[in-house]
Design a binder for this molecule. Structure first.
Ligand code: NAD
Length: 424
């Protein structure tokens, strides 16, 4: 694709056009069969359900819910459930496709799915959310399940929502089925290590990439944009490995200290004051300045499109690890490629969460629960293998890691489709 076209293309993770375009380019790179390519351009199953829900004042609202199962050739579908007033069916289809690639690139035996309910959870009571969730689950009871489709928390859904889904499904089956969802509370069969998993997985990937580069972790400096779950875990774990945190930002601004910031102290400060921006042992910096600081590694862990054509030319880091979903716009990727900055793409860099969700499902099916160190050991193996595969692919095709990751993922799913054959 010519550069201007890439520059004009929005990199919205929920854009169906962008998702199809990514698939088409990966299909070309890997040379997959045309029939398989056509099959993968469409979701396997799209469900739209009406969810009549009694509100607390006695009135009824009928919400619209979606569940899209993109592919099941490598195993059951896996993907989050989102509650949002603006979600559309096309968004859900795009997100379901991205889940197929994310599961494939780390080689866990799932296809991709995604769900959404068009609602404003901020304006609903807990009881209203519970009734809506239970009715949504009941409408889908025949098409979800541990062997069919496993849901997980996403935007504005959490462990409590997963517990309601698990309970509703189990009541209809007549026995407890913990493996119907992941991201459950530990008391219901949630996995140890899940909370840290995305940040931890990202750090395992960074470690493996630095090894490939011959970079010494204990001499590396890094900056993190976004100090929530993923960013703060990644920062604390890198800190433990001896890397030096020099800059951090959150929604209210950032802080900078070239001599190093203790991630643990910074988190304690954020928990108390609400922001990292006024951390006493550092200078205050703006959102934009965070991207310009001198460091070896930059971790965007906040929102989509954070790295764009405005700031890509000012980034000094040698490696960018995309902890957030779609933080780099296609235009920025072109600039970063020209500047030889390595971008480890989101589908591997933040796949640690779905990998530990997979462990939660396995533990639920076996009714045998692992220690946190077992979870972390298995996570590291999967993440490092994934990075190796993607790195080799990039070298083989002389392309960037994003292109290679999509090539690995699409190639892996296409091989499964081809081996099974297109029924009948
Ligand atoms: P979170 O809500 O816990 O944290 C987000 C952080 O970003 C907060 O500290 C917030 O203050 C900060 N932020 C918001 N706007 C900012 C801005 N303009 N500049 C700097 N910081 C800003 O969310 P999270 O769970 O840590 O997720 C972060 C990203 O990682 C999201 O893109 C999410 O989709 C992605 N992700 C998360 C998981 C997971 O397991 N939590 C898994 C895969 C991908």
């Amino acid at each position: 694709m010519p550069n201007e076209e890439i520059l004009n293309q929005a990199n919205d993770e929920a854009s169906l056009e962008a998702a199809l375009d990514q698939l088409d380019r990966a299909a070309e790179l890997t040379g997959i069969d045309e029939a398989v390519h056509l099959k993968l351009r469409k979701p396997k199953r799209v469900m739209t359900v009406s969810i009549p829900t009694q509100m607390d004042d006695g009135s009824f609202e009928v919400f619209t819910g979606y569940r899209v199962q993109h592919n099941m050739d490598r195993g059951p579908c896996k993907g989050g459930l989102r509650y949002h007033p603006d979600i559309t069916l096309d968004d859900v289809i795009a997100l379901s496709m991205r889940m197929t690639w994310k599961c494939a690139v780390v080689n866990i035996p799932y296809g991709g799915a995604r769900g959404g309910v068009v609602c404003n959870p901020k304006e609903m009571s807990r009881h209203e959310l519970e009734r809506m969730t239970r009715r949504y689950t009941t409408e889908l009871v025949e098409v979800i399940g541990p062997e069919k489709d496993i849901q997980a928390p996403d935007v504005y859904t959490d462990a409590q929502v997963m517990a309601w889904i698990m309970d509703t499904y189990s009541m209809q089956k007549g026995y407890s089925v913990p493996a119907v969802v992941t991201g459950k509370p530990i008391a219901l069969g949630g996995s140890r290590g899940r909370e840290a998993a995305t940040g931890r997985g990202c750090v395992y990937i960074i470690k493996a990439a630095m090894r490939r580069f011959g970079m010494d972790m204990s001499e590396a400096t890094f900056a993190v944009q976004g100090f929530g779950n993923v960013g703060s875990w990644a920062a604390r774990l890198l800190d433990e490995l001896g890397s030096r945190l020099v800059a951090v930002s959150d929604s209210q601004g950032g802080c900078y200290n070239p001599d190093g910031i203790s991630a643990t102290e910074l988190l304690a400060h954020k928990n108390e004051s609400g922001t990292v921006a006024d951390f006493p042992d550092a200078d205050r910096i703006s959102h934009d300045e965070l991207f310009e600081v001198d460091c070896d590694l930059l971790i965007p862990a906040a929102l989509g499109s954070a790295i764009n054509q405005t700031n890509a030319s000012k980034i000094k880091a040698k490696i960018i690890a995309e902890a957030a979903n779609s933080p780099t716009t296609p235009g920025a990727q072109v600039i970063l490629n020209e500047r030889d900055i390595i971008v480890i793409p989101d589908i591997i860099a933040n796949a640690g969460g779905v990998v530990v969700s997979y462990f939660e499902w396995v533990q639920g099916l076996q009714a045998f629960f692992w220690s946190e160190s077992e979870v972390n050991k298995q996570l590291e193996q999967i993440m490092v293998r994934a990075l190796d595969r993607v790195w080799d692919k990039a070298e083989q095709h002389d392309c960037d890691l994003r292109c290679a990751a999509m090539g690995v993922a699409v190639g892996c799913v296409a091989e499964a489709v081809q081996m099974r054959g297109i029924y009948p």
